[in-house]
Design a binder for this molecule. Structure first.
Ligand SMILES: [Zn+2]
Length: 350
């Protein structure tokens, strides 16, 4: 990897240093809202499965895979860490893991360990510092939402690593909590699933627009629905994905359904149905979700979005078996990964 420092723009130093939780979300949202760059100028997307890792090294503490858009490094620590930062640095993207250590590898203070050609690792005051060479600004560091001792780093392979725009709509929010059973609220679960989807989609070359990143939304439901479709339409997203949970008056019905709508969108009818189909197929392939098939329904967020759009009902909160899964992050992460797999399939096949 050859490094040309002159390609960097100082204005991005600050932006890219913003990582972590809320700042990171705000950055994603603000960076992507209103962006009209080449969403339709799609290069070929290559999804590399974890069994085709480019390199696994440093006694298994660091592994890397890649596609056309990003290199994705997985860093396995001996313990969970809350404090990590990433910033552009004069020779690349520097990730600092505060007071962290690797499982099997003992690092010596202020020693550079050449790892993957140019990746440099060192310790300083108990922190691990890793510099990934890159000339580009779109780099990210984040924690796996379930395996909390795993840190991931995305290193851009080109200045514009995105081929697609995707709007994610975590259903409900604010005073509209959606369905709930006890302390489990639909609005919280849908936001988690959307958050869990985000980094996987970015790795796959999608810019993400979120219709909400927290619990603050317009309390007027009619206005809120209009806002949601406006966000998707203004961002010129390639697809729109709304996440909801189902509910019924008794606990019997269970399983997942994906909705789509074609009336008034006849020229997109095939794509709309295909998007619903591939996402539904991926959802039912894992964790034993009952297949309630795809259905067409005149829902405002499907009718008023200009791009192919779906609404996923990811299980019944009213059913004890489904609810048992919806209460556990590992199942929510699997739902997120399944929807992502469907989205990739939609973008890369016809
Ligand atoms: Zn809902």
């Amino acid at each position: 990897m050859k490094v040309n420092r002159t390609m960097k723009k100082n204005v991005f130093y600050l932006l890219c240093a913003i990582v972590g939780t809320s700042g990171f979300l705000a950055f994603i949202t603000s960076a992507f809202t209103g962006n009209k760059t080449n969403a339709k100028n799609s290069n070929k997307l290559v999804i590399v499965s974890p069994d085709k890792l480019k390199k696994v090294d440093f006694k298994g503490a660091i592994a890397v895979e890649e596609n056309d858009s990003f290199e994705r490094y997985k860093i396995v620590l001996s313990d969970e860490t809350e404090n990590f930062t990433g910033e552009l640095y004069n020779t690349g993207y520097k990730v600092v893991l505060e007071k962290a250590s690797f499982n099997e590898v003992e690092l010596k203070e202020n020693t550079s360990y050449g790892f993957n050609e140019d990746v440099e690792i060192k310790t300083r005051s108990g922190n691990i510092e890793i510099v990934f060479p890159t000339t580009y600004e779109e780099n990210f560091v984040y924690k796996h939402p379930v395996n909390k001792n795993e840190i991931y780093v995305l290193i851009a392979k080109k200045a514009e690593p995105y081929s697609y725009n995707v709007t994610l709509d975590p259903g409900h929010g604010g005073i509209d909590s959606g369905a709930h059973v006890g302390e489990l609220y639909e609005k919280d679960v849908t936001l988690k699933i959307a958050e869990y989807m985000k980094m996987g989609l970015i790795y796959g070359g999608s810019k993400i627009v979120m219709t909400r990143t927290d619990d603050e939304v317009n309390p007027d439901e009619r206005k809120r629905l209009r806002e949601i479709t406006d966000i998707a339409n203004k961002s010129e997203s390639n697809i729109f994905v709304s996440i909801h949970l189902n509910s019924f008056e008794n606990g019997e019905p269970k399983g997942v359904t994906t909705y789509y709508y074609t009336k008034g969108h006849e020229e997109q009818a095939k794509d709309r149905e295909r998007l619903a189909k591939v996402v539904q197929n991926n959802l039912i392939s894992k964790d034993g979700w009952k297949d309630n098939s795809i259905k067409t329904e005149n829902l405002q967020v499907l009718r008023d979005t200009k791009m192919p759009s779906i609404l996923v009902e990811a299980g019944y909160i009213s059913n004890p078996e489904d609810r048992g899964k919806l209460q556990q992050d590992k199942y929510l992460f699997n739902i997120a990964e399944s929807i992502n797999a469907g989205i990739f399939e939609y973008f890369t096949t016809k």
